[in-house]
Ligand binder design. Structure first.
Ligand SMILES: O=c1ccn([C@@H]2O[C@H](COP(=O)(O)OP(=O)(O)O[C@H]3O[C@H](CO)[C@@H](O)[C@H](O)[C@H]3O)[C@@H](O)[C@H]2O)c(=O)[nH]1
Ligand SMILES: [Mn+2]
Length: 730
């Protein structure tokens, strides 16, 4: 390296670490004192002892989990890129970039939305001859293909328009939603009309469920669907919609267009298709025949590019002469453009993307979280890590230039066939790893455990924006999948707990465990949110009295931790109401999604249940979406996840009311209750407060988003029966 070496990025450590460490140490002392209290004051009687031990176990768990959550807070870092240095030095030798967009269901992922994402990534500020965009359609839907064909026409106007006026974002849907309709130039009016026409054509086709006849006959690609039996049973469909090598494939200004490819891998009922991981691996192989870009970007079909510079940001890390060699992937945060101010479902995952991921970056690299991630093709395809590994950006020509389009399609199809992977390392050592509902996290971890590093890049302007779930059940189901997947990783051979993972720092392994243990967290949380309340009803105290000095560690840990979490939340741009909502949603996830995930994992381990992947819907009906805008919680679905939430919330309500009723019977009753059981009353009271939206949903609402009556009745009976049998029988 010469003297005039200009770095492509810099890394900064966060300030105020020492103050935080001191604070964390004081909390830890508090936790230890709580444990000591539990050991010292075990009750004499049999039943009381077991309840006490249960609480102790929960507190040991919470303490242990708290220690895990400290790992990313220990030494967070922030990165900044120098894109001008990249252009200065590498503009001529930029690598080919292949972009993979995945879709799987035209009903839940409307084709018009999918192509907006596709168009946004086609319009990156990057040499178009080095850019190829692949759409993987796991539904093998003619409608999605049709939308893509329309998009390829619209791209001829859209890309030059984006570049000429340097607009952001470059998803036409998002862009036109963000500009006001007055003061528009002629070109803008024209392009907006083109866009609207295209969307209405696509939406009409979707509504009718078929492609217009004149289009079908004018485009050969549709002939593929003759052999289409169903979504689960069809041949490989591979169409190069725009061939970037073709000198005639230009936009209206005469500039070359990026390559655009449609792929629906073969599906047969007798072959397991491994969900998104299977789709990605088919894309990896097919793209290696067509463009073979050395850099890959993967986005979900709802995650449009919001920043046309993101490729260059990522390259600043991957091409850096000093540190770039060991970096396998660059992960951007998942951000969303449909979250409301106070984020009622906590979909922003603010703490994860603003605190924990920068923290994990400081410990060796963030996990791969599925979307908005740039990979080196070599590494994803199983390249083993070695110390002296050097990037070679000039090694491969990025386009297979000889064959014509038809031949290329014909000769590449077999790469996406079901049988291709039989007796190969695909899904094991090569490509995305199979067998886990969070294929992304397990793949990233497996690369890191060989020695590869990763980088977290979180620029001011979000690089990708997606669609967050807009109903409670969607949120809970998504988290069930995630927590289940993460727990399976812990139980698998990739487990961050295994000592064979020595290439990963202890801190990073602890960091992974935060997510691996989401599901396990449910047990302690369920116990804590039910048992103390029930004992309140009985008048049995489970925490230190107000006069006892042992109350101090309890109050200190509880209050200091909550204040710290509120401060942290506000400092990363959240609101107070948003923080409160976040506490609620964590409680809900822990008592429902995570509990179900735990049970399901147990069943799977016993071989009693199969791997599934519930796709998150990206559309909401109008009434529901109005409620979402108003931040009214959506319950209108009959899900067992809700039964458990409703039952625990009612149980707490009954316990609280029962306690009050008992206490007001005597003159000094209330004072006595608070003296003896202040913390327990507080715990139960807060649970009642935080569950307010549930009571509203069950008893005070009449709209379609209220809790289904059958569910309310069922939960009422369950909660009442528990309370009654508890007070009279035990
Ligand atoms: O059989 C399938 C199922 C899903 N997908 C695609 O996978 C993506 C993610 O699905 P989604 O329902 O949106 O799930 P999310 O929970 O929002 O996704 C997150 O979590 C997943 C792992 O659970 C990762 O795969 C995703 O990249 C990550 O964004 C979407 O583009 C789907 O089209 C497929 O291609 N094939
Ligand atoms: Mn999604």
């Amino acid at each position: 390296m010469s003297k005039e070496y200009l770095p492509l990025f810099e890394t900064k450590e966060a300030k105020g670490r020492v103050v935080y460490w001191a604070f964390a140490a004081s909390i830890f002392v508090g936790i230890c004192l709580i444990w000591i209290y539990r050991v010292k004051f075990v009750p004499e009687d049999e039943v009381g002892r077991w309840v006490w031990i249960g609480l102790f176990a929960a507190e040991i768990w919470f303490g242990f989990y708290w220690v895990l959550t400290q790992s990313p807070r220990w030494n967070p870092i922030h990165r900044r890129t120098f894109k001008h240095n990249l252009s200065k030095r590498h503009e001529g030798e930029l690598p080919g970039v292949d972009i993979f967009v995945c879709t799987a269901d035209p009903d839940m992922e409307p084709p018009a939305m999918v192509i907006s994402t596709v168009l946004s990534v086609m319009a990156y500020d990057y040499p178009p001859e080095k850019l190829s965009v692949y759409l993987s359609d796991d539904a093998g839907s003619e409608l999605t293909y049709y939308a893509l064909v329309e998009a390829s026409q619209f791209a001829k106007h859209w890309i030059p328009f984006c570049k000429k006026f340097n607009i952001q974002p470059r998803s036409p849907a998002a862009y036109f939603a963000s500009v006001s309709s007055d003061h528009q130039g002629k070109e803008m009016v024209f392009i907006q009309k083109l866009y609207k026409d295209m969307v209405s054509k696509i939406n009409t086709a979707v509504e009718l469920g078929r492609v217009p006849e004149e289009i079908r006959s004018s485009n050969e690609g549709f002939s593929l669907w003759k052999s289409h039996v169903s979504r689960r049973d069809h041949d490989t469909f591979l169409q190069i919609v725009i061939d970037g090598r073709d000198p005639k494939a230009t936009d209206v200004e005469g500039s070359i267009l990026p390559t655009l490819v449609y792929l629906a891998r073969e599906k047969r009922p007798q072959y397991f298709h491994n969900f998104k991981a299977g789709a990605m691996n088919a894309l990896l192989r097919v793209s290696s025949h067509i463009s073979n870009g050395q850099i890959l970007l993967n986005v979900d079909c709802d995650m449009y590019s919001n920043n046309s510079d993101a490729i260059r940001d990522a390259l600043c890390f991957l091409m850096d002469e000093e540190k770039g060699h060991e970096i396998a992937f660059v992960q951007f945060p998942q951000k969303f453009d449909n979250v409301t101010k106070n984020d009622i479902y906590g979909s922003t995952l603010r703490v994860i993307s603003e605190v924990e991921l920068p923290g994990l970056d400081g410990l060796g690299g963030p996990p791969y979280i599925g979307t908005g991630c740039f990979h080196k093709r070599d590494v994803l395809c199983g390249k083993k890590y070695s110390k002296g590994y050097k990037n070679d950006w000039n090694s491969k020509s990025y386009r297979n230039s000889k064959a014509n389009v038809k031949e290329l399609e014909e000769n590449s199809k077999y790469l996406a066939n079901c049988t291709y992977e039989e007796n190969t390392q695909w899904g094991k050592e090569i490509g995305l790893r199979y067998g886990c509902p969070v294929e992304d996290v397990v793949t990233g971890l497996s690369m890191q455990s060989q020695g590869w590093k990763s980088v977290y890049c979180n620029p001011e302007r979000g690089a990708f924006l997606g669609v967050a779930p807009t109903s409670l059940v969607q949120t809970l189901v998504q988290h069930k999948r995630w927590s289940e997947g993460d727990l399976q990783i812990f139980l698998s051979r990739y487990s961050p707990a295994l000592c064979t993972r020595r290439k990963i720092s202890l801190g990073l392994r602890m960091g992974y465990c935060i997510y691996c243990f989401w599901a396990v967290n449910s047990l302690a949380t369920v116990y804590y949110s039910i048992i103390p309340s029930l004992y309140l009803l009985k008048g049995v105290s489970l925490f230190p009295q107000v006069s006892s000095p042992w109350l101090i560690p309890f109050t200190y840990v509880i209050f200091a931790e909550y204040v710290a979490s509120l401060v942290e939340f506000l400092s990363i741009g959240g609101t107070v109401q948003g923080w409160w909502n976040e506490q609620r949603i964590w409680l809900y996830k822990r008592t429902s999604s995570y509990l179900f995930a735990l049970v399901d994992t147990a069943l799977k381990t016993l071989g009693l249940s199969d791997l599934t992947f519930a796709i998150t819907a990206k559309v909401t009906d109008q009434e529901a979406s109005q409620r979402y805008e108003k931040e009214i919680m959506e319950f209108g679905a009959s899900s067992p996840l809700f039964t458990i939430l409703a039952t625990t919330s009612l149980l707490n309500l009954f316990c609280f009311l029962g306690m009050v009723k008992k206490a007001v019977k005597t003159d000094s009753g209330l004072v006595m209750a608070f003296q003896a059981m202040a913390l327990q009353v507080l715990l139960c009271g807060i649970l009642v407060l935080i569950n307010w939206p549930l009571y509203q949903g069950m008893f005070f609402r009449t709209d379609k988003g209220k809790m289904p009556s059958s569910l309310t009745i069922q939960s009422l009976i369950l909660a009442l029966a528990t309370c009654l049998s508890f007070s009279f029988l035990l």
